[in-house]
Design a protein around this ligand. Structure first.
Ligand SMILES: CC(=O)N[C@H]1[C@@H](OP(=O)(O)OP(=O)(O)OC[C@H]2O[C@@H](n3ccc(=O)[nH]c3=O)[C@H](O)[C@@H]2O)O[C@H](CO)[C@@H](O)[C@@H]1O[C@H](C)C(=O)N[C@@H](C)C(=O)N[C@H](CCC(=O)O)C(=O)O
Ligand SMILES: Nc1ncnc2c1ncn2[C@@H]1O[C@H](COP(=O)(O)OP(=O)(O)OP(=O)(O)O)[C@@H](O)[C@H]1O
Length: 490
């Protein structure tokens, strides 16, 4: 690409050195720089990439985007701007030629349910023969192949690269999980969403946002960033059982499609929910009358998620019967109220990803219809992240008969520091703190009795634990099954 053409999108303060005619690649990590690359120096939370500028030049960078002039050797032009992070968004979108314009883009935001709703939308589209990609907490799913990703919403460069790859591989749709961090940090700059979907907003991430108000306003950026061009076929899908939906409706001029369990005025409403061992059934009130739906996913929260996914596709013209037909054949989502096959064992085991107070409340109430005896609930929380939610998590966990407080990804934090914070919220004495998660899982099985239901929350689909900065293999379900077979001799 021509360097001068690419740089037209930037307010440049000064250029030091001579610009090359063309550049071939764009990078934000000095370790990924190759010949003729434009390298953007980002000041991170851990390091400042301006310190790696020389390394980038030595690897072939011919343009650096910097916020001050650097002493460097080599044939390189320095483009000086005020804010390199903002420049990254502008340059990434331009370098890949604004690929989101050519796809139907779905953005899903909210504290809980993003992965579930995004997965449902992707499954429905794929089932209807519409090739689509998904990016989020579980990775980047492109044509059935899952690529790892470090974040729920990746940095602006990776985001544009993923959309570009989806387009190049023939996708017509892409579903993105949109985190509040992603919105505030500009990781979605230049992404033209067609449908913005909101699940719910409850306590999380206050280490980053400070207050719920800031957190809620951050999520609102997805709706304000839909823009105001009414010639475009854009839509907002909002959960009318969450008060923030009113605020978000006010941020966009596009049609609002509401869904709810409790609001009779909502466009889509779930009614008469019945919980069965392997499926959930309900009546869906729609603009085309009431439809009966049977899902293979469990729990009330998944009825919300199915309503959100239905509204998101219906507003783009997909036929209701096609959407519901695909929802009904969709397999359970990994690690989201997932019932583990226990064969002859006299206990049941569920694995879930709940790691916020609200999700814990929802997960335990989702388990209630399946209990024969007690609910034993295991909950951990991450180290070095929002500590203020910990007592509220345990308060919600107290609705289970017996609770084991443990860790999730302890990172650099001591086990005791995590479990002591959690313990502050317990409202009964039927609990035990066991910092080592594998030990906590075995303890849950050890104290179980026939008919008990053990619900492991917080790790969901993850098959590892992050201790310090290393990922160690860990699976709640595997450890529990080994311990249970030993205990019950089956
Ligand atoms: C706090 C935070 O958001 N950190 C993100 C940030 O990391 P950082 O600021 O520490 O980056 P850094 O290591 O200082 O590097 C700065 C720059 O130097 C460059 N570098 C670095 C080393 C080197 O040798 N050469 C080099 O050029 C890096 O490529 C980067 O451009 O930039 C990284 C690359 O984009 C992100 O992966 C990382 O997310 C971390 C993993 C994270 O945990 N973030 C959380 C807070 C987060 O964003 N979560 C949300 C919400 C999740 C949810 O809803 O539950 C998410 O969207 O994931
Ligand atoms: N609509 C919902 N309302 C409340 N809780 C939900 C909802 N959907 C899922 N949950 C709970 O949240 C957990 C995580 O679900 P999911 O992964 O879909 O959310 P997420 O928003 O992607 O989470 P994260 O951002 O942490 O990855 C589930 O295991 C379940 O306990």
């Amino acid at each position: 690409m021509q360097a001068t053409q690419l740089l037209q999108c930037l307010p440049i303060k000064k250029i030091v050195g001579t610009l090359p005619e063309n550049i071939k690649d764009i990078a934000i990590d000095s370790r990924n720089v190759q010949d003729k690359t434009i390298f953007i120096c980002i000041k991170g939370y851990t390091v400042d990439a301006h310190d790696f500028a020389q390394q980038a030049v030595d690897s072939g960078a011919t343009i650096l985007v910097v916020d001050h002039e650097l002493e460097l050797t080599g044939d390189v032009a320095q483009v000086i701007v005020d804010d390199t992070s903002r420049a990254l968004g502008l340059l990434s979108a331009k370098f890949f030629d604004y690929p989101s314009k050519d796809l139907t883009m779905f953005g899903v935001t909210g504290t809980n349910g993003k992965t579930s709703v995004a997965t449902m939308i992707q499954n429905i589209l794929q089932g209807l023969g519409v090739r689509s990609a998904l990016s989020g907490t579980i990775g980047f799913n492109l044509n059935g192949i899952m690529y790892d990703s470090a974040n729920t919403t990746s940095d602006a460069l990776t985001t544009q690269q993923m959309i570009f790859r989806a387009k190049a591989e023939g996708c017509r749709g892409m579903i993105m999980e949109v985190s509040s961090h992603g919105l505030v940090l500009g990781r979605l700059a230049g992404v033209e969403f067609d449908v913005a979907i909101f699940t719910n907003l409850t306590h999380d991430h206050l280490d980053f946002h400070g207050t719920m108000e800031n957190y809620g306003n951050a999520k609102g950026l997805l709706f304000s960033q839909l823009g105001h061009d009414l010639e475009k076929d854009k839509h907002a899908v909002l959960n009318s059982d969450d008060a923030w939906s009113k605020t978000y409706a006010g941020l966009t001029p596009y049609p609002i499609w509401t869904y709810s369990l409790h609001d009779d005025a909502a466009v889509f409403q779930g009614l008469n929910i019945k919980y069965h061992d392997e499926h959930t059934e309900f009546d869906m009130k729609t603009p085309e009358g009431t439809k009966h739906v049977e899902l293979k996913v469990l729990g009330e929260f998944n009825v919300y998620n199915a309503l959100a996914a239905t509204a998101a596709l219906y507003c783009k013209g997909y036929a209701l019967d096609d959407i519901i037909g695909q929802l009904e054949i969709m397999a359970p989502i990994k690690g989201r109220m997932q019932k583990i096959e226990t064969g002859e064992l006299p206990i049941s085991i569920f694995v879930d990803y709940a790691h916020t107070p609200d999700a814990i409340e929802k997960a335990i109430s989702a388990a209630v219809p399946y209990r024969e005896n007690r609910i034993i609930f295991i909950i951990g929380t991450g180290g070095n992240r929002d500590k203020s939610k910990r007592p509220d998590m345990a308060k919600m966990a107290s609705t289970a008969d017996y609770v084991i407080l443990t860790t999730d990804d302890p990172r650099y934090e001591e086990y005791d520091s995590i479990t002591t914070d959690l313990e502050k919220g317990m409202t009964h004495d039927n609990y035990k703190c066991i910092g080592d998660r594998a030990e906590a899982v075995r303890y849950a099985v050890e104290i179980s009795e026939p008919g008990d239901l053990i619900l492991f929350a917080g790790k969901g689909h993850e098959d590892y634990q992050i201790i310090e900065n290393t990922k160690y293999p860990h699976s709640d379900a595997e450890i529990a099954l080994i311990a249970a077979r030993e205990k019950y001799g089956k």
